[in-house]
Design a protein around this ligand. Structure first.
Ligand code: ARG
Length: 566
């Protein structure tokens, strides 16, 4: 039975207010000692022509307690409700026990498809920290939507098309050495690409050559296409190594190139609808009514660009998936680009464009020179991940932790620490990476939550053989026990809010608070000590068991793995 629901019904019956009004006004008091839920009487003052505290007093008298509610208390203009702890704890725990992996799930997404586009690095360029930010947020959102019953497709919109590939091909034909490239593909391709730019400054004819190669590529020329494919393949091998480390998967790697043959249609549609105008030789869609620069569709040389490919991609996605939402997890610097293309799509009369949403994120500042890198100036992501793993391993060893496999644990904790850092605050905030706070096992960090989980698992291992199903909770109603269960009961709300706002940090905050409540609980309430009576022992073990399950699910929604001991 849902306690909140129960209280709403009671109030509705008594006041004859609209259900929705009550539902929307009922709130969680700022402090635990003020009860579990509060109903503010201010909106009633006008209708009842009485002061809110008087109304609260009267309501409280008539809203008698029952087997679910221990106390109804008027305070100022509020009526505060105190749940019956034993009932609340036992019903919540039993509900989780029925299907722990389903806790916090809902069916709000039934029959609806969400496309989650994230990561989207550029071929032959380093996978940089911004792409990691996108990967962390996108992967988490994909999991959150799945938890709510949506059908989710994870899309990686690779940057694998554009005039830069003409340059790369030209550079490769001049200075490329397959053997050298194969040893360190992205770094070497980047080197010759940079060299091309340097050379082109004194030899502008190189630019023409590059344009020629891109034209050939667009026309499907065999040799240039084979080279392009080679660059794409070796880059993907590198990217997939990072995805494997992160445990991230995609349903599609259709990048910009995939849409190169789907753009004529878009250009024709926009032209037929009279949306294209000429500007300095280019074909653009004017957006001055929004006070933003026009969206360029065809460059003056007739070539399509990034925006055109994105519009073609959105149309393709609509036709292929008939999406409910189409989310783009891309840095804030591209906010204008998305605003432009979404507006163009709406102007084309595509109502479904309302389901498209840019989910932006801030900048990442790395801890300066402390970040070791094999690659000179460019920080390679894999190096950052590896450094985190190494540092974690040092900590594990110096702590004398009881891990079975230090390498495996260091990987899960080290990578978890990085993901957690990206998802710790609202995504639009900039992030400053600090190894100290990232790997602080006592602070707000992934290792802190993973440690809480491992601690719980170790208690359960020691309790092997004790059957704690159907425990009796009449004696486990201390403040710590009650707070812990209240945290457990809040999972579904956290998941829903995270999805509504496309903000995984709600889950991050949730799992951190849950772990804090769990710590407090086991530090103040002995579980396996000899002087704990059997019923209490079982009840507390049941709490440990469901809590570890929920910590694990919540961390999973952040892309973070757990370890059994640490
Ligand atoms: N490849 C781009 C970059 O690295 C990100 C692509 C974003 N997605 C999109 N549909 N435009 O900046």
């Amino acid at each position: 039975m849902d306690f909140k629901e129960h209280i709403i019904e009671k109030i509705v019956k008594l006041t004859e207010l609209e259900r929705e009004t009550v539902e929307n006004s009922i709130e969680v008091p700022p402090e635990e000692k003020m009860g579990d839920l509060a109903f503010p009487c201010f909106p009633l003052a006008k209708v009842m022509r009485k002061a809110p505290p008087v109304i609260a007093q009267e309501l409280a008298e008539r809203l008698s307690d029952d087997d679910m509610i221990d106390k109804v208390q008027p305070v100022g203009g509020y009526v505060n409700f105190f749940f019956n702890r034993e009932k609340f704890i036992s019903e919540t725990v039993k509900e989780i026990e029925k299907a722990p992996e389903k806790w916090g799930m809902s069916n709000e997404g039934e029959g609806k498809t969400v496309l989650c586009e994230y990561s989207s690095p550029n071929i032959a360029k380093p996978f940089h920290i911004g792409h990691l930010f996108s990967t962390a947020v996108g992967n988490s959102l994909a999991r959150i939507y799945k938890h709510l019953g949506y059908k989710v497709h994870s899309l990686n919109h690779l940057g694998d098309w554009g005039t830069q590939f003409g340059k790369l091909i030209s550079a490769y034909k001049r200075w490329g050495d397959r053997e050298v490239i194969e040893k360190d593909p992205i770094n070497e391709l980047l080197k010759i690409y940079v060299k091309f730019h340097d050379e082109a400054e004194t030899h502008p004819e190189l630019e023409d050559e590059a344009r020629g190669y891109f034209k050939k590529l667009e026309d499907g020329d065999e040799e240039t296409t084979a080279l392009w494919k080679y660059f794409r393949d070796i880059s993907l091998v590198e990217f997939k190594r990072v995805y494997d480390m992160l445990g991230v998967e995609f349903d599609s790697y259709n990048g910009e190139a995939f849409y190169s043959d789907k753009m004529d249609e878009v250009v024709n549609i926009l032209r037929d609808k009279g949306l294209l105008t000429e500007s300095d030789g280019a074909q653009v869609v004017d957006l001055c009514e929004l006070n933003i620069p026009p969206c360029i569709i065809l460059k003056s040389d007739g070539a399509t660009i990034y925006a055109t490919r994105d519009i073609a991609a959105a149309l393709y996605r609509h036709r292929t998936y008939d999406f409910y939402k189409n989310i783009y997890v891309v840095g804030i610097p591209q906010a204008l680009h998305f605003k432009q293309i979404f507006t163009v799509m709406k102007k084309a009369g595509w109502e479904w464009a309302d389901g498209c949403e840019h989910v932006g994120f801030g900048l990442v500042k790395l801890p300066g020179k402390n970040m070791s890198t094999r690659h000179g100036d460019v920080v390679f992501l894999e190096d950052v991940l590896n450094e985190s793993i190494e540092k974690t391993k040092e900590i594990i060893i110096s702590n004398g932790s009881a891990v079975d496999d230090a390498d495996d644990a260091a990987k899960k904790i080290g990578i978890g620490a990085i993901l957690y850092t990206f998802l710790k605050n609202g995504r639009e905030k900039d992030i400053v990476f600090s190894w100290e706070s990232m790997l602080d096992f006592d602070g707000e960090s992934a290792p802190y939550c993973q440690y809480g989980y491992a601690r719980g698992r170790s208690i359960l291992r020691r309790a092997e053989g004790i059957d704690f199903k159907n425990a009796d909770f009449s004696k486990t109603v201390s403040d710590e026990e009650y707070s812990l269960v209240k945290q457990l009961s809040g999972f579904a709300d956290a998941v829903k809010t995270a999805a509504d706002k496309n903000e995984p940090f709600y889950i991050n905050r949730y799992v951190t608070n849950l772990t804090k409540a769990f710590n407090k609980f086991y530090n103040t309430n002995p579980i396996l000590k000899d002087d704990v009576d059997e019923e209490t022992k079982k009840a507390r073990l049941a709490l440990v068991s469901v809590t570890t399950e929920v910590i694990k699910s919540a961390l999973y929604l952040l892309g973070i793995e757990t370890v059994e001991s640490m």
